[in-house]
Every structure is written in structure tokens, then in C-alpha cells.
Design a protein around this ligand. Structure first.
Ligand code: GLC
Ligand code: CA
Length: 560
């Protein structure tokens, strides 16, 4: 396959709302982002993925789109977008936009017509969405078609009195799911993508891409995820979109999906397929859930970190795609807790564990995605009032926790540990009030620790997390780490992640301790010739038996 630009990319994910506010209304925007392009360029990333910027009532911070062709007034106008794309391109940077194909906002014109039987366009748009008539119990009470549960915690069905039907929403009730059996709907979405391609975007991240097909026999199930996630037919839709929209226009597409077999993985992002170029999968995420917790269950229960699980997932994906597809690597996105609070240690070992996580990930092959603020070690939020949170999911889940028996404090701790808001607090640029993000109180509170953890504090400090990331990105490019071959060592050790990334010219050995205690590692490989090029405590000679300090991490290089 001819080499593609995205194989040399280092992607930076921007959560627009919280990156940089240019007009001081407390909300991040395009002008703010454009003003930080030099910062990003200097950090060493070359591609920017922007979270949804379309017109939206912001029930789910823009993933609920009410007009695909308009820019949200919160973020600026179309000229600001054009200017951003131009200025990124001048700097040799690529632009990726988020493309939401699974649902619209309930305030989208299509849905307004669909739900209203007397609307002139009702017949045209009703079938753009997924409707079911009610069931009735013996007493004649209206019942939902199924007991399926939405990803945000409540039922997936919302009743619409004017048509006496329920519509399906697998996320919030303000996000009705689109009907991918409808050809006109598909045509309209393809036009949306083409319109943004014409404006100059280089790629898309396709939101919720494994949810497009549903089981139209609507079997009973609770939560019933298997009836609206990863059904075989969604591959057909993605392929159709790829063939008609992405490939002919030469734009990059990356999808998201939960698990996948090798066959499926290659369908999504094998070199020979037509769906995506790369896939964001979640194999290494949430490797610390406590299954015995039924009060704040599932992803909300923080337990012991399972390091084996993390490395097995990376190993599995590299083996599955080996030579037949291209890997994406990342720690987390806007739907997860901050990695330093999640898999590292955001208090005593902030700097050490931050570097350990950076070495561990950014020395691997593949195309990396850096999440905004990760490069300075931003942490989970420290909100103490429910009202401090913003995410739509938080509020349904908080009520669930209480109904399962959680106290207010237990529920709040689960939110601080696990909610999506952790990744969404404003960027900490400096120590001024509102952290240089804005001069007004932002839409969401700044993290309490911004006076200590901020970019300005780290710019001049050679040993800072910021400069460590910068050094790693430089090394990635110089050494063509994206192209290497990954091999894990000591696979069974539950405390460490150790691997070799072998490039054409060198071998890199990365040793990382994921625990707060000292661990001993035995290295049963050929050790001669390795030089220690990066470390988070002090430089160390490579030995067959090494005692690692808490979160110690070392990078060695050997020329071939
Ligand atoms: C994806 C997004 C998430 C959003 C959901 C619905 O999972 O990453 O933030 O809430 O889709 O669009
Ligand atoms: Ca603004």
C-alpha cells in the first residue's frame, strides 16, 4: 500500500469547549484553538482532531447536532472554521472533524418533522428515525417496546404522544437514533460529509460507528446492548460510506468500536478494506473495574488496576493488525477519566507516573492520539457539588447509584473517579484566575490544582511532563517509531509493562513499573548494546535483574 499521511501522524484531540476561549464568554472556541496552533506545532503533534463543532443545543456537548451545516455559535462561525483549517494547513498540520452518524439532536429539523404528524414534511422524515408502537399490559397500561437501557443510564425509548409511538435513543433522549435502513437519510448524511470535505478537512473521526444497525425484531433484553451494538450489518453501512465518501475524496477515517475479532478488526481498518483507515478501540480502557461493586457498578466502580489486561489488549491489537492494518494508540479520550488519575498516581508520584505513562505509550508503534492536557499531567476533577458536573450522563447515573443504595458521598466519589467530566475541565494554561483559559468564569469549573499544574510552570523546566512529551514526539519522528514492530517481554508480570519496539535501524526497550511499590524484574533477553536514553528518576545501566522504584520507567536504545 502506498504510504498515507496518517501513518506519520501524531494526533492531538481537542475538546473545543475547554481548550481556549478567545472572546471571554467562558467557552472554548475556534479562534481560541487557532491561536494555539503554534503551541501544538511546537509540542510536536501534526494533526488536530476537533470534537463536534456543529450547531447543537449542547445536551451532550455537541454530539447532539441540530444542523450539520452550521457552526455552533458557542464556537464561532464558518469563517473561523475556514481560517482554522487554513492556518493549520499553512503549518503543515492536518485537520480531523468529528462526524456523528448514529443520531441527531431532537431539535434537528428532520426530527421536528418526524415527530409531528401535521408537519408538512412529516412523511418525508418520519422514517429517518426508529419508531415503535407501545405495548400494553393486561390492565391496558402503555409499556415501552423493550427494556433496553441507554448508554447514559435510562431507558432507550421516549414516548411521542402525537404519533402514539416511542422513538429509540441509545444515548440521551435528546439524541434520537437515525434509521440506517432509509436510503434518503443515508444520502443526506453523505452530503454532510462531502460538504465538510469540500471545506478542506483531511479526515473524520466517526462517532459511535458500531451502533448504526439495530435488531429490528426488537427482542426483549436488559440492558440489551447486543441488540444495538456491533450488529454485523453496521459493517455494510460503513463500507458504503467509505466507498462513496471517504475513499474517493482521499480523506482519512477513524471509527470507534468496542471489542473485535481479527476478522472484524480487518473489516474496520485492514489495509484492504473500505470502511476506516484506523480504529479507536477500548481494549485497554477501564482495566480497573471492581465487579463486586453493585452500588456504583460497571465502569463506575474503581478497583485494582489490572496491568495484564492493558498489555494483553495492546498485544492483541498489534498481532491482529500486524502488516494487514494500522494501529492507533492512545490512553484516553473525552469519555474517560484522566489517565494520570486512572492508571498513574496524581498526588505523590505525579511527575514520575506521568512520565511512566508517557514512555509506556508513546514509544509504541502505531499512530498516537494525545488528549488535550495529558501533556501537562492534568488530573481528574475535584468537584464537591453535584451542580459542578456538566455531563448529561452524570445526572441519570447519580440517581441510579442512589437507587442502588449509594450515599451521596459514595455517588460523588464515583463521579470524581470515573465520570467523563474528568477529561473535560478547561485547559490549564497558566496560574492566573481561570487558568489562562478565559477571563470569565468558564462553563465548567477549572480544576482546583491549576496553580501548580499548568503549562506555564512546565515550559522552561526540562524535566517537566510537557517537555517529556515533546521529547518523545521528536524521538518518534526521528526514529520512525510509528513503523516499528512491538514485542512484549515478561508478559505474565502483573506489575510492569516491558516491551521492545524494533524499527529498521534500532531496538528500543521500554521498562515501566505501574505500581506504587518497588518491584524486581528479571530480563531474560540479550541485553548488550543498550543505552539508557530516557528515565524518570536517574539513568541506569541495564542489568538482568533490576529493582524498579515506584512508577520507575526507563527507555533504552540499541543500534542494529
Ligand atoms: C461517542 C462519544 C461520546 C458521545 C456518544 C454519543 O461515544 O465519544 O462523547 O456521548 O458517542 O454521541
Ligand atoms: Ca468563547
Amino acid at each position: 500500500m502506498k504510504r498515507k499521511w496518517w501513518q506519520d501522524a501524531i494526533i492531538y484531540q481537542v475538546y473545543l469547549r475547554s481548550f481556549k476561549d478567545s472572546n471571554n464568554d467562558g467557552i472554548g472556541d475556534f479562534k481560541g484553538l487557532t491561536s494555539k496552533l503554534d503551541y501544538l506545532k511546537n509540542l510536536g503533534v501534526n494533526t488536530v482532531w476537533v470534537s463536534p463543532h456543529y450547531k447543537s443545543p449542547m445536551d451532550d456537548n455537541g454530539y447532539d447536532i441540530s444542523d450539520y451545516f452550521k457552526v455552533s455559535k458557542d464556537y464561532g462561525n464558518i469563517d473561523d472554521v475556514i481560517d482554522f483549517i487554513e492556518k493549520a494547513h499553512i503549518r503543515n498540520m492536518k485537520v480531523i472533524f468529528d462526524l456523528v452518524l448514529n443520531h441527531t439532536s431532537d431539535e434537528h429539523e428532520w426530527f421536528k418533522a418526524a415527530k409531528n404528524p401535521v408537519h408538512v414534511d412529516h412523511h418525508k422524515y418520519h422514517d429517518y428515525y426508529i419508531w415503535q408502537t407501545p405495548k400494553y399490559d393486561k390492565q391496558g397500561n402503555r409499556q415501552m417496546p423493550t427494556q433496553w437501557r441507554s448508554w447514559f443510564g435510562g431507558p432507550v425509548w421516549e414516548y411521542n404522544p402525537p404519533t402514539n409511538e416511542y422513538y429509540l435513543h441509545i444515548f440521551s433522549k435528546k439524541m434520537p437514533d437515525l434509521n440506517w435502513h432509509n436510503d434518503n437519510m443515508k444520502r443526506d448524511l453523505k452530503d454532510v460529509a462531502r460538504w465538510w470535505i469540500d471545506l478542506g478537512v483531511d479526515g473524520f473521526r466517526v462517532d459511535a460507528s458500531n451502533h448504526l444497525e439495530k435488531d429490528w425484531s426488537f427482542p426483549e433484553g436488559h440492558p440489551g446492548y447486543e441488540y444495538f451494538s456491533s450488529l454485523p450489518k453496521h459493517h455494510e453501512y460503513l463500507e458504503e460510506f467509505g466507498v462513496e465518501v471517504f475513499k474517493p475524496n482521499n480523506v482519512m477515517a477513524m471509527g470507534e468500536a468496542g471489542g473485535a475479532t481479527k476478522e472484524e478488526a480487518l473489516k474496520y481498518c485492514g489495509f484492504e478494506n473500505d470502511e476506516f483507515d484506523m480504529l479507536i478501540h477500548f481494549g485497554h480502557c477501564w482495566a480497573d473495574c471492581d465487579d463486586s461493586n453493585h452500588i456504583t457498578p460497571g465502569k463506575w466502580s474503581k478497583g485494582q488496576i489490572d496491568v495484564l489486561h492493558i498489555k494483553k489488549s495492546f498485544d492483541k491489537w498489534f498481532k491482529m493488525l500486524n502488516g494487514d492494518g494500522w494501529n492507533l494508540i492512545y490512553w484516553h479520550n473525552h469519555d474517560h477519566p484522566r489517565v494520570i488519575s486512572h492508571y498513574g498516581n496524581d498526588s505523590v508520584y505525579h511527575n514520575e507516573s506521568g512520565k511512566m505513562l508517557a514512555f509506556c505509550l508513546y514509544m509504541m508503534p502505531g499512530t498516537p492520539i494525545v488528549y488535550q492536557g495529558e501533556e501537562i499531567g492534568m488530573t481528574n476533577v475535584d468537584y464537591h457539588n453535584l451542580e459542578d458536573f456538566r455531563d448529561v450522563e452524570v445526572f441519570t447515573e447519580y440517581d441510579n447509584f442512589l437507587s442502588f443504595g449509594a450515599t451521596h458521598e459514595v455517588a460523588m466519589q464515583a463521579l470524581r473517579d470515573r465520570s467523563r467530566d474528568n477529561a473535560r475541565s478547561p485547559f490549564q494554561w497558566d496560574a492566573t484566575k481561570y487558568s489562562g483559559f478565559s477571563t470569565t468564569k468558564p462553563w465548567m469549573n477549572i480544576n482546583y490544582n491549576y496553580k501548580v499544574i499548568n503549562l506555564e510552570n512546565q515550559l522552561e523546566d526540562k524535566s517537566s511532563l510537557y517537555n517529556t512529551h515533546k521529547e518523545l514526539f521528536k524521538l518518534r519522528k526521528e526514529e520512525k517509531l510509528n513503523d516499528g514492530v512491538l514485542e512484549f517481554i515478561n508478559m505474565k508480570d502483573k506489575n510492569t509493562i516491558i516491551y521492545v519496539n524494533e524499527t529498521e535501524t534500532s531496538k528500543f526497550l521500554i521498562i515501566t513499573n505501574f505500581t506504587t511499590h518497588k518491584v524486581i524484574v528479571d530480563l531474560d533477553i540479550e541485553l548488550t548494546g543498550y543505552r539508557n536514553i530516557m528515565y524518570n528518576y536517574t539513568a541506569r545501566e541495564l542489568l538482568p535483574k533490576m529493582k524498579l522504584l515506584p512508577y520507575e520507567a526507563l527507555v533504552y536504545k540499541k543500534e542494529k
